[in-house]
Design a protein around this ligand. Structure first.
Ligand code: DOR
Ligand code: ZN
Ligand code: ZN
Length: 410
């Protein structure tokens, strides 16, 4: 199948250019001013084409909690949000902590209509499995409590895992972040700090980044530290819990206006490397129980929130693409993704910066059917999402075309 996207402005190398994209065999074949003949043509007039977003942090709940989400519904939500690749977390039931369970998850994920990869879980005694696990984005280490029971606290175990030859993703809060940074200094691999939510945590990571910059030229390359934050920390604060109750409770929790300000500054000054959703759906009924679980869905709203912020001159398109496309691809070394480039996979989001629409719970595609942003009027939405050259989302309509597992560079 060949596809031509024409009349749009495409985002390439930090700038917008009026070019056509010719897609063949699931890849970006040519970026050209010519009007090539294709089996199908998409008119992207008045729209912008950006690389599809790579969401490096989702919980699609398979296996074990498919009443909350599954790979089909989660990926539909992702597609509706301009996300073309997701990296799924291991705190499923059972958790993804051995090779057999990883293979089982691979089988379940075949339902996904966006591309996918997996973070591998860690336990007190699965080091041999971690070493054998092939084609995973990272090893996830839970250094604090959250959904699932993967929390690790034995220092000798942590030390071993942190020196495995894989990137380490950490769920931590406050002082766990310091501990993780301390542990990675003795290793040669990288540390990815999930969902950094406060000024203080950002400060810890910043200190290490400065140290990193100083040792960069040295021969003993230390592990680098990367920082992720999430849309809920950028657009909500603890005050929103007054109105939303448990529907605004996640781990780590929402912080103050001051923390939020520090995060926005972190986006501008490069101290934050990625924005990911931490899409963590739970049913409305579960959220209304006394002992409610933590987490909020986010795949459908991340890009509209950011485009709306762009319309309000709070962020540039360049930053959005860096944080949501280029950097995740580079940090996790995902092959052929994150940029609009000849030879790269045809994973694209066509966005309409002028489209104004309200987030509505009952229109969401996530199985949980709610969002902490319900009722928000946002200007700037994905109009079409293309995965491996297939149109999986087209102005509200989903096409159930299966996607693929990603591969990583060595
Ligand atoms: O709020 C959260 N929910 N934080 C996490 O780290 C896990 C997630 C979940 O899986 O529900
Ligand atoms: Zn977490
Ligand atoms: Zn998470």
């Amino acid at each position: 199948m060949s596809l031509l996207i024409k009349n749009g402005k495409i985002y390439q190398n930090g700038a917008l250019a009026r070019k056509n994209i010719f897609i063949k065999n699931h890849k970006i074949d040519k970026i050209t001013s010519q009007d090539l003949k294709a089996e199908k043509t998409i008119d992207a007039k008045n729209k912008i084409v950006i690389p599809g977003l790579i969401d490096s942090h989702v919980h699609f709940r398979e296996p074990g909690a498919t009443h909350k989400e599954d790979f089909l519904t989660g990926s539909m939500a992702a597609a509706a949000g301009g996300i073309t690749t997701v990296l799924d977390m291991p705190n499923t039931n059972p958790a993804t902590t051995n090779l057999q369970r990883l293979e089982e998850k691979r089988r379940l994920a075949k339902k996904s209509i966006v591309n996918y990869g997996f973070h591998f879980g860690s336990t007190n005694d699965n080091m041999p499995e971690i070493e054998k696990a092939k084609n995973v984005a990272s090893v996830k280490v839970y250094m604090d409590f959250t959904t699932g029971d993967l929390k690790l606290d034995k220092l000798d175990v942590l030390k071993k895992i942190f020196t495995s030859n894989k990137t380490i993703s950490v769920h931590g809060e406050n002082e766990n972040i310091l501990e993780a940074i301390e542990l990675i200094q003795h290793a040669h691999n990288h540390l990815y700090l999930c969902h950094v939510s406060s000024k203080e945590e950002l400060h810890y990571a910043k200190r290490h980044k400065i140290k990193n910059a100083r040792t960069k030229s040295g021969t003993n390359s230390v592990g680098r530290v990367f920082v992720e934050t999430c849309p809920h920390y950028l657009f909500l604060t603890a005050k929103d819990i007054n109105k939303l109750g448990s529907f605004a409770e996640m781990k780590p929790g929402l912080k103050t206006k001051q923390d939020q300000k520090a995060l926005w500054q972190g986006l501008y000054n490069g101290r934050i490397d990625t924005i990911a959703t931490d899409h963590a759906p739970h049913t409305k009924e579960e959220k209304m129980q006394e002992n409610y679980p933590y987490g909020v869905p986010g795949c459908e709203t991340m890009l509209p929130l950011l485009l709306n912020a762009m319309n309000e001159k709070k962020i540039t398109l360049k930053k959005i693409v860096q944080l949501c496309c280029e950097n995740p691809a580079e940090i996790f070394r995902i092959k052929n993704k994150g940029r609009i480039k000849e030879g790269y996979d045809a994973d694209l989001a066509i966005i309409d910066l002028n489209l104004e629409k309200e987030v509505k719970n009952d229109e969401l595609l996530t199985k949980c059917k709610w969002s902490p942003f319900d009722g928000w009027k946002l200007k700037g939405w994905p109009a079409m999402t293309i995965v491996n050259g297939n149109i999986v989302f087209d102005n509200g309509k989903v096409n159930n075309i299966k996607a693929k597992e990603v591969a990583y560079d060595e």
